[in-house]
Structures are given as structure tokens and as C-alpha cells.
Design a protein around this ligand. Structure first.
Ligand code: FAQ
Length: 309
């Protein structure tokens, strides 16, 4: 099929709101857009294991440790579904890892901040998974079939993650003064970076035009951010936490909260490699990727010998 025919078949499916499947004709730019977004999403899940992994050995109870281990394992699983999804578009896992490790591919800004106290584990589950769910629920309706399907399972698991984080925060807010202060301090440090997870304002979002045209995105960055804020402010109030934004105010007309301006300079600094933990995150990834080479080689050798297993 020539490019014009591909475009016509593709556009027809998009207009009928049908899913695009791996073997369907699709324009090169659609394919490249999805590889960029899905691989960055996969990298985020995998790098996101690091700030939480830091607390496995220091979890305050066996129950908390089991839950945290299960959650982190889920994040690794999400990375795997997403890498597999991107592979259906014709890029290999090795290429994606190379793009991550050489700084060509981004991952979510949020994972470049340190998890300093146990309350940070609560804040990550509640705010970071909470923000991820809002974004990913919208992606369940994205036009690329394998990506949309991956989102269903991921959203179910993230909603358990969000609740475990909220439970940690709620329990700490019922505790001693020090525990309440610790929870508020975590809230203060994670709130703004969590808002940045939705990406730049719509007017500055370079990829949104194509993403809407091709029905990859169904809601804009600002719409999703607003949804997250409205939902989370109420949850914070229930457990007595204060949102660290003096400009946050209920707006009766829009039936949502107005909020203060996000520090976009900080956002740019962090996504361009200069956040508090970018260097550490990448060094850690490279080190364990190299140390794990023998596992990949052994698995490949086994597969070669027993291809049907
Ligand atoms: N961080 O034109 P737009 C999770 C970049 S999963 C870093 O608006 P787009 C689970 C963007 O890539 C969290 N970079 O881009 C978990 C682009 O740069 P490029 C991850 C960002 O794609 C929880 C440039 O800025 N979720 O947390 C960010 O239309 C706990 C221009 O931006 C996803 O990835 C950012 N926040 O919209 C795991 C969801 N925002 O590529 C462990 C899927 C923007 O030209 C523990 N992704 N950039 O170099 C999406 O929905 C979209 O890609 C957006 C960005 C909304 C993130």
C-alpha cells in the first residue's frame, strides 16, 4: 500500500472510533508518536520502582513490607506490558533501553525526587499513583488497541496502590504530632511534582495536536490535572492534610478548584536531566542492567533450546 492508501484506511478507522491493531496500516508518524509515548510510559514504571525500593528493608511492619513489595512488583509488571506493547510497533526492548540510558527517551519527572521518610511512601502511592490513574483511565480509550488493553489491568492495580498510599497517610494523621508533621512534609514535597506529571499546559504541549487528531489522547493535560486536583483536595481534607498552595480556591462557576502556578522552570530542569535524583536513577539502572546480563543470556539460551516452553 502506498502512503496515501495507508492514510485513507487509517483515517477511516480513527473516524469510526475503531482500534488500530499492530498489523493494521498506520502512518509512520502515528507509529513514532506511540513508540515515544509508550516507551516513556514503560521507563517511568520501571524507574518508579527505585524511590519505593529504597524503603523495602525499612517498612515499619511485616504487613507494610508485604504490601510495598507487591506494589513494586506490580510496577515492574506494568513496565513489561508496556515494553511489549511498544514492541508490537516494531522497536526492540534493547533499543528502548538504550534510548533511556543515553538520555534520548524521557521518563516521568516525578521519579527524580527522593523518598526521604516512610510518609513519602504514602505520598507516592496516594498522589503519584493517584495522578497516574487519572491519566491512564483516559488512556483506556486510546486508539491503539494493545495500549488501551494494557491500561485496563494497569488501572486496576494502580487503584490498589493508590489506596495503600492513602491508608499510610490516614494512619500517620491519626498518630503522634511527629507523624502528622512527617505526613504534611511529604505532602508539601510531592504535591507540585505530582501536578507536573500531567505535562505542560495545553497551550505549550507540543504533541497534543497530533495526539487528539489520532485519538491517542482523549483528555488534555490541563483537563486531567484539574480532575486530579478536584478529587485529591477532598481526600486531603478528610484526613486533615493541607494542600501546599495558598492560591487554591473553590470556583463555583467551573465547579472545580483554581490553583497556583506550577514552577515550569523546575519541571524543565528535572525532565532535562537535572533533578535531585536523575543521575542516581540512571546509574542504578545501568549498573543493574549490566549485572543482570547473564540472566537475559541464560533465558535466551533456554528459549533457543526449548522454543515451545
Ligand atoms: N515527565 O507535548 P507533551 C506511574 C515531556 S506512570 C517527563 O504534553 P505528551 C506509575 C513529553 O514527553 C507515570 N516528561 O507530551 C507509577 C514531551 O517530551 P518529548 C507515567 C514529560 O506525550 C507510580 C514534552 O514534555 N505516565 O507513575 C512529562 O503529549 C508509582 C512535551 O509534552 C505516563 O507516561 C512528565 N511528567 O503528554 C510507577 C502516561 N510531561 O517526548 C511507579 C502516558 C510531558 O518530546 C510508582 N503518557 N513530558 O521529548 C502520557 O499520557 C503523555 O505522554 C504525557 C505527556 C501526559 C505524560
Amino acid at each position: 500500500m502506498d502512503a496515501t492508501a495507508v492514510q485513507a484506511v487509517f483515517q477511516d478507522k480513527i473516524e469510526q472510533d475503531l482500534k488500530i491493531e499492530p498489523k493494521d496500516p498506520m502512518p509512520d508518524r502515528y507509529r513514532a508518536h506511540l513508540i515515544r509515548q509508550i516507551s516513556q510510559h514503560a521507563h517511568s514504571e520501571v524507574i518508579g520502582m527505585q524511590p519505593e525500593g529504597n524503603w523495602i528493608t525499612r517498612a515499619p511492619s511485616l504487613r507494610a513490607k508485604q504490601i510495598l513489595l507487591a506494589k513494586i512488583q506490580d510496577e515492574g509488571g506494568h513496565g513489561l506490558y508496556l515494553y511489549s506493547t511498544a514492541e508490537t510497533l516494531g522497536i526492540s526492548r534493547e533499543e528502548m533501553i538504550e534510548q533511556l540510558q543515553t538520555g534520548k527517551a524521557k521518563y516521568s519527572n516525578i521519579f527524580n525526587y527522593p523518598a526521604l521518610t516512610w510518609a513519602d511512601i504514602g505520598a507516592i502511592g496516594w498522589l503519584v499513583d493517584g495522578a497516574a490513574i487519572v491519566n491512564q483511565v483516559a488512556l483506556q480509550r486510546t486508539s491503539y488497541g494493545p495500549y488501551a488493553r494494557a491500561m485496563f489491568r494497569i488501572c486496576k492495580e494502580e487503584s490498589f496502590h493508590q489506596r495503600q498510599g492513602y491508608e499510610i497517610m490516614a494512619n500517620m494523621m491519626k498518630g503522634t504530632t511527629e507523624q502528622r508533621e512527617m505526613a504534611q512534609d511529604a505532602m508539601n514535597r510531592w504535591w507540585w511534582p505530582a501536578l507536573m506529571m500531567f505535562g505542560p499546559h495545553d497551550k505549550d504541549s507540543a504533541h497534543s495536536g497530533d495526539a487528539f487528531k489520532w485519538r491517542i489522547k482523549r483528555k488534555t493535560n490541563d483537563e486531567l490535572r484539574q480532575k486530579f486536583i478536584d478529587k485529591t483536595v477532598q481526600q486531603a481534607e478528610v484526613i486533615g492534610l493541607t494542600i501546599p498552595d495558598p492560591d487554591l480556591k473553590w470556583n463555583e462557576t467551573k465547579q472545580g478548584y483554581d490553583h497556583g502556578e506550577i514552577n515550569w522552570e523546575e519541571f524543565k530542569r528535572v525532565i532535562n536531566g537535572n533533578g535531585p535524583c536523575n543521575k542516581q536513577r540512571m546509574e542504578h539502572h545501568i549498573r543493574y542492567h549490566e549485572e543482570g546480563a547473564w540472566v537475559r543470556e541464560a533465558a535466551a539460551a533456554y528459549h533457543e533450546k526449548f522454543p515451545t516452553d
